[in-house]
Design a protein. Sequence first.
Length: 532
Amino acid sequence: MARSKSKAYTPAAAGRHLPVSSGNQSIAGSSRHETTTSSLTEIRFLPPEYYSSRLSTVAQHRKPSPIWDLFSVEGKPGMLSMLAGKPHPSTFPFEHITLGFRTPNTQKITNMTLQEDELETALQYGMTAGIPELVGWVEGMMRTVHSRGENEGWRVSMGAGSQDLLYKAFNALLNPGDTILVEGPTYPTIMPILDAMSCQYAIVDSDEDGISTVDLEKVLSTWDEDVKGPLPRVLYTVPFGSNPGGVTASLQRRIGVLQLARRYDLLILEDDPYYFLYYGDAPRPPSYFTLDRQLGGEVGRVLRFDSFSKILSSGFRLGWLTGPDRLLVAIERHPNSLSQVIILKLLKEWGLEGFLAHTSRTADFYRQRRDTLNAYLERHLAELAEWKPPDASMFFWIKLRLPYQNREADSTAFIRDKAISKGVLVLPGATAFPDGRKTTRVRLSFSLLSDQEMEEAIKRLAEVLREEQPHSVLPSPTISRMSVEPEQLPTPPSEIDQHALGPGSNSSAGKKRKGRKVWLDYVMYPVYAHRR
């Protein structure tokens, strides 16, 4: 059920006001953050009723369980609770759980044991938002890492990985038929979720600096509600090492996107599983969650998704959601207690300094693997593909030189019909575009294969690519690396052999047009293949 047409929104009337000191305020997070300054006079926190109006019909009608709603009262001193049907701990067959872990700096193996109260908490039902001690630890980390303060209307809720939280957020914010803004390319796994909800996509182009603010404003400013329905109210983005594009959005792009979100009344879903896997040479740009507060003005448009999967263990299926309380109430749904207790125990052993040291070491591990794969690509695919090394995440997003059919080339059939038979598997790029467009792009993961296996995979990919090249139009090295501009190309011949033109081209005008087309297809093929 689609919402009615959007109404004009007046930001000045939307939030409660909190004066702050005027002058320059640094925009920064961790010590490796890129910084800028902003002159602030006041900030306005969006009120709870604003978010209530943004919820889907299902979320607006969803009520908390009367049992779960009273769980928080159980912990009051002297309370004798006969509320819930919790199983008695004596019936659990587990006496203790012992796990070995590495210290962040020395890598020394140390054991930790869950027993008695800790074990009982791990094996029992928990709070809807997560185990309070773990929630508190993560909130403290978010305040430190993202430069946010207390009492700003946000909190943290745990969930079964950020993808599970995304699924629940989509259901809480979108009705069937609603349109969501996504960057192109976008994370392929969100599309089955949104397709099942009958949602529509408005694709915003991205480049090496992230989402194009020019294209985003064009999409929003030219939106025809009579034709397309209500203006989109949610933007989904992966700002660090976007999957699959591998792009980290620049600071200025982030500021521009946030300003457009305020102008057009958007919520930003900041999906950031690779935040801690940033290994670029430049300082890390601040998150949208950081900028939302530090730019001043209206605050509360960012719903942020983080995950322990890429930095501690994907098998624990544990992530966290950060954002306005009213939205989290509509999304959170009882995460796994055992995973929470294990990770809490580890984080308490490490402390915040140890946790950040571990994430830094993990990022360095993937930086080295990125460099290794980049060397193999240069060695074996230099004249067969184009790419830019990522500065976060686990993926290369490369453009293959493929022969085109009907002026379009696509990697999907090439991977399914040719590469797999050679024993190499990568992700076709078309899976990352909701509109089904064709692309020669593919995503290569460098997270698991050994160095030798990575090189062998690239050799196999190069072999099957060479087999696809038409010998009559093999590019010279200068052309294939996109170093030739149109004005540098040779002058087209004035006479083209009639046989090359094919039938139906007897007129001189036809000869001229088709002759130039044949010449362009011959000379410009490598440039088409790289720039498409």
